[in-house]
Design a protein around this ligand. Structure first.
Ligand code: 5AD
Ligand code: SF4
Length: 461
């Protein structure tokens, strides 16, 4: 019988995609996957470095595994992902850890595991000089890995992620990503389209295109330069695909109007834009190395709304960036009020070793102030989200059903054959309703009968 592997995943959608790729690679190599650590011969942790908190959670997990290994010394523990790349050797020294493998090295993962099982030696696979252009073999290995495996998420039926680009060249001063995921590289359009076609043939109905700054996708091919708008257009022509999404966008002029135009023109491109502002203070934006002003950013949202009426927009903010005064923070509150987001993700600034803001600026804003600003901003957003949600009362919406809802919101015991389901609209609103589990992965029409800031409640029609 094959050895059992348990994978735990932290972090963003990029990481979820990597986890799905690793899962199918291991399956192909003859390993069995298990949901229980207790049944596992190998435990892999896919890690995130974006904030210190994410790393601390991994470290506490490793502490737990160290304890387990006292009674099961043969258990193999591998750390993959961004934290593996960031810490390398240092992580390998951890008593619990056998393998450290960075995001650009994951095509080797099953060999690394097999080798450690044979010789018992610790194994390190991180990318040296990650900011240098990748050698052809590495890019080739990543492309093969990406294209060859069944990348259907598997967790949510009929939905899949497809990476359109790797890495990032933006160097926002707070961000660790350029240092752990390397330089920005757009994947060839044929490879992406072929992959979407394959997914569609296997029943995928919604594809989310992924990139750190997905709207800057750019691929030169002879006389033609492919943009994200071109990719969305080509993907719209694929039979079987019904909804297309893309995350995350950087506020930039390049290709913006084309992308909004294809969103307006193609019924398959969901009217949803995730476009982080990060701050509402021009001074802080400059210190963050974000090259736009608040005024320009708000105009960009106006442009999106003019071309795609009813578009739903989401944003990210960092509170407590070094030097953020009360006045700067109020400017962020102001921007939030004007931006009229469907929802906003709000984070407390966390200094990341190696980044420009960590090297040059002191983390001056006290933890309590960060916490207070976080809560205050969330409260402002909640009112806006609530108002936008209320607009849905009595309306019929089309949703893609994800599966049983994890949280009990409604009467979850309606009937065994009518459990509570979670679904999403094209505009990314979460909709909860009671219906048969067989709807998972299918589209449904739901009438909204109650709303809350982040969730709509309905009944099937
Ligand atoms: N501290 C806090 N939040 C951060 N983000 C990125 N880096 C940091 C950091 N050092 C946030 C940004 C980004 C989201 C994915 O995480 O808002 O958009
Ligand atoms: Fe994703 Fe960035 Fe976290 Fe890496 S560091 S998992 S790219 S959010």
């Amino acid at each position: 019988m094959g050895k059992h592997v348990h994978i735990k995943s932290f972090g963003c959608q990029m990481n979820k995609l990597d986890t799905a790729l690793v899962r199918s690679a291991l399956d192909e190599a003859g390993f069995s996957l298990t949901e229980k650590v207790g049944d596992a011969d190998v435990v892999l942790i896919n890690t995130c470095s974006v904030r210190e908190h994410a790393e601390q959670r991994v470290l506490s997990h490793l502490g737990h595994l160290k304890h387990i290994k006292k009674s099961r010394p043969d258990l193999v523990v591998g750390v993959i992902g961004c934290m593996a790349q960031r810490l390398g050797d240092e992580l390998l020294e951890h008593e619990a850890v056998n393998i450290v493998c960075g995001p650009a090295e994951i095509p080797q993962i099953s060999e690394l595991i097999t080798k450690v099982m044979q010789d018992g030696k610790k194994s390190l696979a991180v990318t040296a000089g990650i900011r240098r252009k990748a050698p052809a073999e590495r890019s080739h290995a990543l492309e093969e890995f990406e294209a060859a495996y069944g990348i259907e998420d598997g967790r949510i039926p009929a939905q899949a992620f497809v990476r359109v680009m790797r890495g990032c060249n933006n160097f926002c001063s707070y961000c660790v990503v350029p240092y752990v995921r390397g330089p920005e590289i757009s994947r060839p359009p044929e490879a992406i389209i072929e992959q979407i076609r394959k997914l569609a043939d296997h029943g995928t109905r919604q594809v989310t295109l992924l990139g750190q700054t997905v709207n800057s996708y750019k691929y030169e091919q002879g006389d033609k330069t492919w943009s994200l708008a071109d990719l969305l257009g080509a993907a719209s022509d694929i039979n079987g695909i019904e909804w297309l999404r893309f995350v995350t966008s950087y506020p930039s002029d390049e290709f913006f109007d084309e992308i909004m135009q294809i969103m307006a023109d193609s019924p398959k491109v969901c009217n949803y834009l995730h476009i982080p502002a990060q701050s509402g203070s021009d001074k802080i934006l400059r210190a963050m190395n974000r090259n736009y002003s608040c005024e320009w950013y708000l105009e960009l949202l106006d442009r999106a709304r003019a071309v795609v009426p009813g578009i739903s927009i989401a944003g990210d903010f960092i509170v407590g960036f070094p030097g953020e005064t009360e006045e700067d923070f109020q400017a962020t509150v102001d921007l939030l009020r004007k931006a009229w987001y469907k929802n906003a993700f709000i984070f407390k600034y966390s200094p990341r070793p190696g980044t420009r803001s960590d090297k040059r600026l002191q983390d001056t804003v006290p933890a309590e102030t960060k916490q207070r600003r976080n809560v205050e901003l969330l409260a402002v957003q909640e009112k806006i989200s609530d108002e936008l949600s209320r607009d849905f009362l009595g309306r019929r919406v089309k949703v893609l059903v994800e599966g049983p809802s994890k949280k009990a919101h409604l009467n979850s015991a309606d009937a065994a054959d009518n459990p509570q389901l979670a679904a999403r609209t094209a505009t990314d609103y979460i909709v909860v309703f009671n219906g048969p589990e067989s709807l998972a992965g299918r589209f449904a029409d739901v009438k909204i009968i109650r709303t809350s800031p982040l969730t709509l409640f309905g009944e099937p029609v």
